[in-house]
Design a protein around this ligand. Structure first.
Ligand SMILES: [Zn+2]
Length: 399
């Protein structure tokens, strides 16, 4: 164990730790299905324990795999670390492992706000909103000055915090905040805000203000319309209140900005649907990793449903190569692939193949439909109505 937790916060272990316990395997709990958190929490800070708890263990017993997710081949290079640091400084890094701004991202995902608010905040934090200054920096022939106040370049920080229009909104909001700040990124401001303001729902309110500020700015830029900030505030609180009321306490926070839909379909030899299932998740994944998750998901459900002979098709060529053990890579996806191959051993027959997306349209549209599922849905000897025509079309093609 070394400097591999998000943010690299564990620099060295205290001397009390047995020197022999150096692999992930040795920190599994007795059941083997998770981390030995009791033991870990005695030697690490609560934050570090939380960070480790958030990391998913492989399901099957595997050799440790040391991988660096920021290069193609999984091997660490100084060059990639340098690029990562530059990106991080510019606020362009998403909520990946090793992110220093994890708290801000996490708060944003979990916030009880409509998803359009989350998406705007997420883009603002990434410096990804097309403000005039951002457009000018990308080489567009535009004036970088703020179109609303005309006093400074319109950066994301200016739009959200410094512009007098935005400042009025912050003052009028229940936060009663003077948002005038020095030139820092919105992310840096967000970190400070989180440390200082412990009011319940403060981050949700901050997100609403940024969202409203961006909306008002766009109304002015594209339609030359102005909005009364008092009306804006009332609207903002109305939306927030309605949304909170709609979310019962035990419901998970819904609609995170990046949703992944997983879909699977099992057909018999004549092409009739034996079972189908869909699930949505909310992680920031590569296509290959999302596909691997879909295969794992499909395989597990098929096994539970009693299937013992299976031909698995994926529309991701790179994953098919891994599944067929024609290549290996040093990555989290490989760990998942190892899990899949271990599960596959429990089938009497299980093969893996590649299928172009046009031929794999059913599973693909299952995955699309799954984006709207709030829980895992399984159909036995059937599939959801949206994909039935595709199953039939495939069946006719098979014949
Ligand atoms: Zn301005």
């Amino acid at each position: 164990m070394g400097e591999w937790t998000p943010g690299g916060r564990i620099l060295s272990l205290p001397p009390s730790v047995e020197a022999s316990k150096t692999t992930v395997r040795e920190w599994r709990n007795e059941e083997g299905n998770g981390w030995a958190l009791d033991e870990l929490s005695t030697i690490l800070t609560p934050n570090e324990t939380e960070a480790i708890k958030a990391m998913k263990l492989a399901e099957s017993e595997q050799e440790d795999l040391l991988s660096w997710p920021h290069t193609r081949n999984g091997v660490f290079s100084v060059r990639s670390a340098y690029h990562l640091e530059v990106q991080r400084k510019n606020g362009n890094v998403g909520p990946s492992v090793g992110d220093h701004n994890l708290d801000v991202w996490r708060k944003t995902w979990k916030a009880l706000t409509p998803s359009r608010v989350k998406v705007t905040m997420w883009r603002a934090l990434k410096n990804g909103l097309p403000t005039m200054n951002v457009l000018a920096r990308r080489g567009l022939n535009v004036d970088c000055i703020c179109p609303r106040c005309g006093e400074a370049p319109e950066t994301v920080t200016h739009m959200a915090l410094q512009c007098k229009e935005a400042r009025l909104l912050w003052k009028l909001s229940p936060l009663r905040l003077d948002s005038q700040v020095a030139n820092c990124s919105l992310m840096e401001w967000g970190e400070e805000f989180g440390k200082k303001c412990k009011m319940k729902g403060a981050w949700e309110l901050a997100m609403m203000v940024v969202w409203q500020s961006w909306r008002a700015r766009n109304l002015w830029v594209f339609e030359r319309k102005t909005v009364d900030p008092v009306v804006q505030c009332a609207k903002m609180l109305g939306i927030l209140g309605e949304y909170e009321a709609a979310c019962t306490r035990d419901q998970p926070p819904s609609e995170p900005p990046t949703q992944v839909g997983l879909g699977m379909l099992v057909r018999d030899h004549v092409g009739d649907a034996l079972m189908s299932a869909g699930e949505s998740g909310c992680e920031n994944l590569t296509v290959k990793h999302a596909e691997a998750k879909a295969v794992m998901f499909g395989l597990r459900y098929a096994f539970d449903a009693g299937c013992r002979a299976l031909e698995v098709e994926t529309d991701c060529q790179a994953l098919a190569t891994l599944l067929q053990a024609k290549s290996r890579e040093i990555s989290a996806t490989q760990v998942l692939v190892n899990d899949i191959l271990n599960l596959a051993k429990q089938f009497t027959y299980c093969s893996f193949g590649f299928n172009r997306r046009s031929c794999n349209s059913v599973a693909h549209s299952m995955a699309q439909a799954a984006l709207h599922f709030e829980e895992t849905l399984v159909w036995m000897e059937d599939c959801p109505p949206v994909v039935t025509p595709l199953v039939l079309a495939d069946k006719i093609l098979c014949e």
